[in-house]
Design a protein around this ligand. Structure first.
Ligand SMILES: *[C@@H]1O[C@H](CO)[C@@H](O)[C@H](O)[C@H]1NC(C)=O
Ligand SMILES: *[C@@H]1O[C@H](CO)[C@@H](O)[C@H](O)[C@H]1NC(C)=O
Ligand SMILES: *[C@@H]1O[C@H](CO)[C@@H](O)[C@H](O)[C@H]1NC(C)=O
Ligand SMILES: *[C@@H]1O[C@H](CO)[C@@H](O)[C@H](O)[C@H]1NC(C)=O
Ligand SMILES: *[C@@H]1O[C@H](CO)[C@@H](O)[C@H](O)[C@H]1NC(C)=O
Ligand SMILES: *[C@@H]1O[C@H](CO)[C@@H](O)[C@H](O)[C@H]1NC(C)=O
Ligand SMILES: *[C@H]1O[C@H](CO)[C@@H](O)[C@H](O)[C@H]1NC(C)=O
Length: 814
């Protein structure tokens, strides 16, 4: 008998060691995903591993977890992993396995969106450009060459995840994977080749036997057992629902903002609006999975951004480009998650009923079998705050808001009432480069036709000529002065994106398109000389296309050139792929040392100049950014690593650049003598560049007496988990929290009464408690966090009885 027990013990140990015993069965039904037999309400956030650095991953994931997320979602970036057919790269920022393991280490789940077409404002939508050269290929269609490579890469990734035991079925964190991406947007363009491709993709994916469900987003005909999911801003209103009663409602992209292109202002989506639509999706559509796209956007390093997309990606997300917590977005969503988690039981097992509470007011009630009850009270009226009666109790509902009642009685959260703190980004200039001794320059040679070796008799298409190795393609031509007149007209048309024209080495004009209209034309009066004239046209791309059907048919570069009315399009042009500085890797230590650099300003300014300087790392841990506000357009490298394209001269309708600060991750830096190299395409002023550090040390709270108290008081449940208990009794509070390792050093403003303003600017109102500042200082100065109950008794007595009051506090952390 004893031997039997011993054997059993060893057997169990063996199972455990191989991860079999802890494998989790992931299935689903009409209500939700089911993990290990349990229905789940899951909040998820997109964080794309190559848009930050491995050094940033642990803290990003930890902040996501603290913000109440259960799942981290990422795309897989095919062209990053297989830059050449069969040559794979999973190093550094490309280390997908390390990223997934980091998610696992923090106790979160992962959703792997393999695609492998991903769009994602990523160069070529993630497809490797070498696909273009495969004969007969049609991307994303029932096309054998494409399917062959798509299957090969998908299998490569799935096998990699399997061999590292990363699927939940193997004890790992991956609970979902995605095949294709928003295909319904383009399916009609593929006519009869579309539907069989969808069926093939689903079958191929399911055949890979991951043990976890597959999803297709925005694909209402996703074949069983693949789940169709919603992407968008307002799935609570727009989602037609799963295509089978046995599939749950999942929202895979809840856009927290929107990507930004050059010439555009950032898209601001308020925390209140996001929270409203998430709560509506859960209440009205029975949603059980919501993913924020993006939770952290990060940086499009190098040339990875797609057409006209700026280098900073979704900076407005709950974690900003630098990974700093953006308030109140992060905190308001954290409270929303906590409030919804308090409703988990009735939400996941209860029955849904609804009732009207007025013209534009509705209640959604979830009732469980053992008496659990949760309610969502919705005011769809955008203009009016209302009072509603629900189960004989009166509730105030601000305009366009949802109150969450985890017991059908007590509202713990309202989507329009922010009780979490605000914070703003502070920028400190750490280094300037304002003396000419600090800079050296190197002028790129403007090639004329006898310096180029590639020839063709009609215009070459840009992407298929550069093969994506450079943004730049030179078109060069030589012609005799047509009729001896000095004045002439140059006329150029291009499919995009940016054109610079030189005649006999002199700049004559430039033009660019935009995200809305990529094509451009240039018409310039030019002076010709007698004898041969040399025309050099530089066509630059600002990212490869990433969206729409038939990417393989897209064209960029020049389409027509006329001089003096005569068409020179179908003549023998010479080409140079890329710039000489790029070819010599002038931006690396090694490449730079082999270049003849000149003193800054040693000759007249020229378009296309390389600049070089060195700098020491700023002290501390705050994120670092380069302010390139004095430059025009180009690319910047720090110690050989590209921090991305910049384009400061393309102004928005408000007259400002779309982006002036460019993220320099600390991990790119060494303590001393970092090499900074810039390629300026236009005329820039490097002496105006500064190196800044970024912090969010200014915090602010604005809470009224009628606010709800914070959703949770967190109590330690066991060693690892904190649980949220409904906060009772203590009333509304202003809660301030400083960034790690800092404390409140100054109260810049404090008023309990009727202060005017918000966290940008503050003025005292007619009602003001003279004890406001002293009370707040006593509670907060020198502390890393503090909370003040918003009620008269906190401040001694009531400064204006009968008048609704609030507390506005603005503080500085140090
Ligand atoms: C997973 O769960 C489903 C449904 O509950 C069940 O039918 C199946 O046998 C389970 N599979 C494993 C491997 O436990
Ligand atoms: C309430 O439920 C009924 C019956 O299920 C449905 O027809 C109606 O559209 C729902 N109303 C709202 C506002 O969702
Ligand atoms: C509401 O009040 C009415 C009459 O006062 C009573 O009959 C009813 O049971 C109450 N309903 C609830 C849900 O308390
Ligand atoms: C796009 O720009 C080109 C060149 O400036 C112009 O000819 C064309 O009409 C524009 N197209 C649209 C749709 O605005
Ligand atoms: C070129 O010069 C002519 C005559 O001086 C003038 O009318 C025309 O507007 C000019 N065109 C451009 C594009 O500058
Ligand atoms: C906070 O200070 C500790 C101890 O000095 C240090 O180890 C840690 O890295 C600091 N954290 C941050 C976020 O700066
Ligand atoms: C996604 O979240 C935002 C808030 O971040 C919200 O405004 C939006 O409506 C949500 N999208 C959907 C489809 O619910």
């Amino acid at each position: 008998m004893k031997i039997l027990w011993t054997l059993l013990y060893w057997f169990l140990l063996f199972l455990n060691a191989f991860g079999l015993a802890c494998g989790r069965n992931v299935t689903y039904d009409g209500r939700s995903l089911i993990i290990n037999g349990q229905h789940k309400m899951l909040f998820s956030g997109s964080i794309h591993y190559p848009r930050s650095t491995p050094e940033m991953w642990p803290s990003l994931i930890a902040k996501a977890k603290e913000g109440g997320l259960d799942v981290i979602q990422t795309y897989v970036f095919w062209n990053l992993h297989e830059p050449q057919l069969g040559q794979y790269d999973f190093s550094g920022r490309r280390d997908l396995v390390k990223f997934i393991k980091e998610i696992h280490a923090r106790g979160l789940y992962a959703c792997l969106r393999i695609g492998p077409f991903i769009e994602s404002e990523w160069s070529y939508g993630g497809l490797p450009l070498w696909l273009h050269d495969i004969p007969g290929i049609v991307y994303r269609s029932d096309n054998e060459p494409f399917k062959l490579h798509m299957e090969r890469f998908t299998k490569k990734i799935v096998d990699m995840m399997k061999s590292e035991k990363l699927y939940a079925s193997q004890g790992g964190p991956i609970i979902l994977s995605q095949i294709e991406n928003e295909y319904k947007n383009v399916e009609a363009d593929f006519h009869e080749k579309g539907p069989p491709y969808v069926r093939w993709a689903a079958k191929m994916a399911v055949g890979l036997q991951t043990g976890v469900p597959w999803i297709m987003c925005k694909q209402d005909d996703a074949p069983d057992p693949v789940i169709n999911t919603c992407n968008g801003m307002r799935c609570g209103q727009t989602f037609a629902g799963p295509n089978s009663p046995n599939k749950p409602s999942l929202w895979t992209e809840n856009w927290t903002s929107f990507y930004q292109t050059y010439g555009e202002e950032p898209y601001l989506r308020s925390a209140e609006d996001i929270a409203f639509h998430v709560a509506l999706f859960i209440a009205k559509k029975g949603g059980s999975y919501v993913n924020y796209y993006m939770y952290h956007g990060g940086t499009n390093f190098g040339r990875t951004a797609s057409e006209y997309v700026i280098t900073s990606y979704y900076d407005e997300a709950p974690l900003d480009e630098y990974g700093l917590i953006r308030q109140p977005k992060w905190g308001h969503l954290k409270e929303l998650h906590a409030a919804i988690k308090l409703c988990s039981k009735p939400l996941l097992s209860g029955r849904l009923t609804n009732l009207s509470l007025g013209g534009k007011q509705e209640a959604y009630i979830f009732k469980g079998n053992s008496g659990e009850c949760a309610a969502f009270l919705v005011n769809l009226d955008n203009k009016r705050d209302v009072k509603v009666l629900f189960q004989n109790v009166s509730y105030e509902l601000p305009r366009k808001s949802i109150s969450i009642l985890p017991d059908c009685k007590t509202p713990v959260f309202n989507t329009a009432k922010i009780s979490t703190q605000y914070n703003t980004r502070s920028v400190t200039s750490r280094r300037t480069f304002d003396s000419i001794e600090k800079w050296e320059e190197h002028k790129e040679v403007i090639p004329s036709i006898h310096k180029t070796s590639l020839r063709a008799n009609s215009f070459l298409e840009q992407m298929s000529t550069t093969k994506g190795t450079s943004d730049y393609l030179w078109y060069t031509f030589r012609f005799p002065n047509p009729d001896q007149t000095a004045q002439s007209v140059l006329n150029v048309h291009s499919n995009g994106h940016v054109l610079q024209a030189f005649i006999n080495g002199d700049f004559v004009g430039s033009a660019h398109g935009s995200h809305q209209n990529k094509s451009l034309s240039l018409e310039k009066n030019v002076t010709l000389r007698t004898g041969p004239n040399y025309i050099s046209l530089l066509s630059a791309m600002v990212g490869l296309p990433d969206a729409g059907a038939h990417l393989e048919r897209r064209a960029a570069g020049l389409t027509r050139v006329r001089v003096h009315g005569k068409d020179f399009t179908n003549q023998r042009w010479g080409y140079q792929v890329g710039l000489l500085g790029e070819r010599r890797q002038i931006y690396t230590d090694h490449g730079s040392s082999k270049i003849q650099w000149s003193r800054y300003g040693s000759s007249r300014h020229q378009r296309l100049t390389w600049y070089k300087t060195i700098f020491d790392e700023p002290p501390g841990n705050d994120p670092v950014a380069l302010n390139l506000g004095s430059m025009g357009k180009g690319e910047a490298w720090v110690n050989g690593q590209s921090i991305g394209r910049y384009w400061v001269s393309f102004l928005t309708s408000q007259g400002s650049p779309s982006q002036t600060r460019y993220n320099v991750p600390r991990s790119f830096l060494k303590p001393r003598e970092n090499l900074l190299v810039l390629l300026e395409e236009e005329i820039g002023y490097p002496l105006g560049i500064s190196l800044d550090t970024i912090s969010r040390t200014k915090v602010c709270g604005l809470v009224s007496e009628s606010h709800l108290p914070p959703v949770c008081s967190w109590t330690r449940h066991d060693q690892s988990e904190e649980i949220c208990q409904i906060n009772s009794g203590r009333g509304p509070q202003v809660q301030l929290q400083c960034p790690p390792n800092t404390t409140v050093s100054k109260i810049s403003f404090a008023s309990f009464g009727t202060p005017f303003g918000d966290c940008e600017s503050q003025i005292l109102g007619t009602c003001h408690s003279s004890n406001s500042r002293a009370t707040v200082e006593k509670e907060c100065l020198g502390k890393s966090k503090c909370s003040i109950i918003v009620a008269s008794h906190t401040f001694g007595d009531d400064p204006c009885p009968g008048i609704p009051k609030s507390l506005l506090v603005d503080a500085q952390c140090k």
